[in-house]
Write a protein that binds this ligand. Structure first.
Ligand code: KG4
Ligand code: ZN
Length: 337
């Protein structure tokens, strides 16, 4: 069973062919960073225009690399939200046109469900339910209770910035360019995490929500201070990173107490972070539950994860009509639609 995945929710034009919901036959992604870097962030208008320019070739490329043909594909999976509306509509329109022309089923996928199933790509085991997912990306930071592929619930979320956003903004303060998460990660590896004690957000009793805006502001004040001016960037990066990781791990601890979870999943762009990966692995070992973390190519936005999530929808007979629309604010919850 082959699904073609299309992901254009933000600034990566991504396509993939996935077999039986997990074996990645091809995974193509064109990064638009070069077009956005000089603006210090993603420019939505540029992102949608680039998707229009790149998507057709990216679809052909994914099909060819998978050693198959469009006619042999069993369904079309596309991210329908959340994301940038102008970017989403390009992928959704292409997917609908393909589904119509080829007379194949269409699966509109929630981008975040894709991230949750990313760690199971290219692996033999099925997701062990119920599991806890820590989903951290440039747009989202949330804890998800995953009871089954069609029963997922957000139990904790950021009240302001996403973890990746905090990384990117702090990286900009340190002059590391955009997107700065990976550069900050690298810099932090040479720094002392105890050099500066940045604030850690404490949750209200009974809440699993988190906040990163106070941390971001504290880093800015520090960098602009006399002490900060002479501090090593490596130390600031490592101290910031340890504050982020500590907040996330504290929420993971608290969430783990709420139900009998069999495993933990770390996913989203920030899941590529070395300190966070190490902390989650150590946490899994301590709590005696397996930790599933995707390789970097499946941490950041990709279309293979969209096809993987669609395979679960296919199993649950959740195909969409050709009236499917992009929804930039697509709600997370999926009971059975
Ligand atoms: O999931 P993703 O590709 O896009 C969204 O859906 O947002 O995540 C991108 C985010 C960016 O904020 C980027 O800086 C961050 O993930 N990121 C990292 C690392 N690699 C990517 N943050 C920290 N450490 C990394 N190694
Ligand atoms: Zn994402």
């Amino acid at each position: 069973m082959l699904l073609l995945g299309i992901e254009t929710s933000c600034d990566d034009t991504a396509t993939a062919v996935v077999e039986d919901g997990r074996r990645v036959r091809s995974n193509v992604s064109t990064n638009q960073d070069a077009f956005h870097a000089k603006y210090g962030g993603i420019v939505p208008e540029i992102a949608s225009r680039q998707h229009v320019a790149l998507l057709s070739a990216a679809i052909e490329d994914a099909v060819e690399r998978a050693g198959t043909t469009l006619e042999a594909i069993d369904g079309i999976a596309v991210t329908r939200g959340p994301g940038l509306v102008g970017s989403l509509v390009v992928g959704v329109a292409a997917a609908k046109a393909l589904a119509f022309a080829l007379d194949k089923p269409l699966y509109g996928v929630n981008h975040l469900h894709g991230h949750i199933f990313a760690p199971f790509l290219d692996r033999d085991e099925d997701p062990p339910y119920p599991f806890l997912a820590l989903l951290v990306s440039g747009g989202h930071s949330q804890l998800v209770d995953v009871q089954s592929s069609t029963a997922m619930r957000i139990i904790g979320r950021t009240m302001d910035d996403a973890a990746g956003e905090a990384y990117d903004k702090t990286a900009r303060l340190l002059g590391l360019g955009f997107p700065g998460g990976p550069a900050l990660d690298k810099l932090a590896q040479a720094g002392d995490a105890r050099a500066v004690r940045f604030p850690r957000h404490k949750a209200e009793p009974g809440s699993l929500d988190m906040s990163f805006s106070g941390l971001k502001t504290a880093v800015r004040y520090f960098v602009e201070s006399d002490e900060g001016a002479s501090a090593a960037k490596e130390d600031v990066a490592a101290s910031f990173q340890s504050a982020v990781v500590e907040v996330l791990m504290q929420r993971l601890d608290a969430a783990f107490e709420t139900s009998a979870y069999t495993s933990v999943v770390l996913s989203g762009g920030v899941a590529a972070n070395s300190a966070l990966q190490a902390a989650v692995r150590e946490w899994g070992a301590r709590n005696r539950v397996p930790a599933f973390i995707p390789p970097p190519k499946y941490c950041t936005d990709n279309a293979a994860m969209i096809a993987a999530a669609a395979a679960h929808q296919r199993d649950a007979a959740l195909a969409d009509a050709l009236t499917l629309t992009a929804d930039p604010n697509l709600p997370f919850e999926l009971a059975v639609r």
